[in-house]
Design a protein around this ligand. Structure first.
Ligand code: SF4
Ligand code: SF4
Length: 62
């Protein structure tokens, strides 16, 4: 099962909450923004989405 995680940088306010809330090492901070480094490790816990104040994270199984 491949998980696609997309961050909408138009919406993202760079708060960093998604990176802090992911305990699976999927998201990392890079320069000025969160990036997806390990989508295959995603546990689909939904914490990043829950903690994102801008509703900027999309997760899709494909
Ligand atoms: S759903 Fe959970 S494991 Fe997947 S990126 Fe978000 S916080 Fe990390
Ligand atoms: S929690 Fe949402 S708004 Fe904050 S850095 Fe992550 S994607 Fe951007």
């Amino acid at each position: 099962m491949i998980v696609e995680i997309r961050i909408d940088y138009e919406k993202c306010n760079r708060c960093g909450k998604c990176v802090k809330s992911c305990s699976f090492g999927v998201l990392e901070w890079f320069e000025d923004r969160p990036i997806v480094v390990n989508p295959s490790e995603c546990g689909r816990c939904g914490e990043c989405q829950k903690n994102c104040p801008m509703n900027a994270i999309y997760i899709k199984e494909r």
